[in-house]
Design a protein around this ligand. Structure first.
Ligand code: NAD
Ligand code: WQD
Length: 343
């Protein structure tokens, strides 16, 4: 079976993807500098799959190191590039760190792929590239206009997409699949891997589970005066295991060389928008754990409502996010309980 290089493979989405790849028989090499993940993730993967993935602690910015590694692993057929810094707020404080890491890593990787005759890359992009789509573009499909990024982080995703397009134009042997994720949530059903937020979570789901576990006093719901049915913001929450499976489909498509275009773009979401209050109420209902919350003012820069039109991924990739949200929320809670040793 083919070997896939997974950068950022000990991270949240990467680790779930490694599990799905290995369960489909792929050999995996993970490269991660562990800047936002732990080495123990490898134990979780091994417990789930029954086999340990090859791992190299390395920074994607280390060009000579990556060059040596790719020489050593001459069986790599494709790359899934997750490695990036992803905290929106931090990117506003430290833009250069984000530009260096997120842009430099991709440029190095594309250059090295060319040098080592690796022609396939799957890239982690984000629905953030759409900003707030206008009403006629909701749900948002891949043809919706890209809007000026609201943060350096968001801008790195837009620039990365352009870099991939330009390189594919210059190098006709390069094939890329750009995946624009909506809001990934939940954890593996085994509760052996999941999201490991650093410090106080900015994202909704880890904040909810940490409040349920008693680590946070209460959830602050950012705004109930939006132009939505219950006034809170709407997102498309996609189960991380469903998301991981889309990567396997993307890899299969690239290796089979059936792509219609050199660079293909897919929105990965459920097609269903849920409000913050709906998530909260569903979480309380399915876990039986109460979440104290208060409605506070809007969070600066928040998008009012966005959810995916995943038709292209459904038909072309043959993939669908179909895990019920109840199961997804339960998985997030089971993972939090596992982390905190709660029975
Ligand atoms: P994560 O932080 O859990 O995983 C990223 C991994 O990359 C981490 O393990 C980190 O240690 C590693 N890393 C970072 N810079 C590196 C470098 N220079 N060299 C080697 N390793 C490096 O994040 P995630 O949530 O799994 O996100 C994965 C990708 O998906 C990122 O590109 C992110 O921007 C993108 N994305 C995430 C979301 C989300 O909400 N989680 C949404 C859309 C897109
Ligand atoms: C979801 C909803 C908040 C926390 C971010 C990035 C985006 C992408 C995904 C990478 C919003 C509300 C949240 C809280 C709340 N990442 N909320 N109380 O903002 O959709 O997107 O992560 O590409 O680029 O910007 O996700 O989880 O932060 O928020 O009420 O304590 O939950 O206002 O409506 P978001 P989120």
């Amino acid at each position: 079976m083919a070997r896939i290089l997974v950068t950022g493979g000990t991270g949240y989405i990467g680790s779930h993807t490694v599990v799905e790849l290995m369960q489909q028989g792929y050999d995996v090499l993970i490269v991660d500098n562990l800047s936002n993940s732990n080495i123990e993730v490898l134990d979780g993967i091994e417990q789930i799959v029954g086999k340990r993935p090859d791992f190299c602690r390395m920074d994607c910015l280390d060009y000579p190191g990556m060059d040596r590694l790719l020489s050593q692993y001459s069986d790599i057929r494709g790359v899934i590039h997750f490695a990036a810094s992803k905290a929106v707020g931090e990117s506003v404080e430290k833009p250069l760190l984000y530009y260096r890491n997120n842009i430099g890593s991709l440029v190095n990787l594309l250059e090295l792929m060319r040098a080592h005759a690796i022609n396939n890359i799957v890239f982690s992009s984000s629905c953030t590239v759409y900003g707030q789509p206008s009403a006629e573009h909701l749900p948002v499909d891949e043809t919706a206009p890209i809007q000026k990024a609201l943060s350096p982080y968001g801008n790195t995703k837009q620039i990365n997409e352009e870099i991939i397009q330009d390189e594919a134009h210059a190098d006709k042997s390069l094939h890329a699949i750009i995946l624009r994720y909506f809001n990934p949530v939940g954890a593996h059903p085994s509760a052996l891997i999941g999201e490991l937020p650093n410090g106080v979570p900015n994202n909704l789901m880890p904040f909810v589970t940490q409040t349920a576990a008693g680590l946070r006093q209460k959830l602050r719901v950012f705004g109930d005066d939006y132009n939505t049915p219950d006034g809170s913001c709407i997102r498309d929450y996609i189960y991380v295991v469903d998301l991981a499976k889309a990567h396997v489909k993307a890899v299969e498509r690239m290796l089979a060389e059936t792509a219609e275009e050199q660079v293909e773009i897919f929105n990965l979401g459920t097609g269903r928008g849920l409000s913050v209050l709906e998530i909260l109420r569903t979480f309380i209902r399915v876990t039986g754990v109460d979440i104290p919350y208060e409605i506070v003012g809007r969070r600066e820069g928040d998008i009012e409502q966005v959810w995916a039109e995943p038709h292209k991924a459904n038909t072309v990739l043959g993939w669908k996010a179909d895990t019920p949200v109840e199961d997804v929320l339960r998985s997030a809670w089971n993972w939090e309980k596992h982390l905190r040793g709660i029975k």
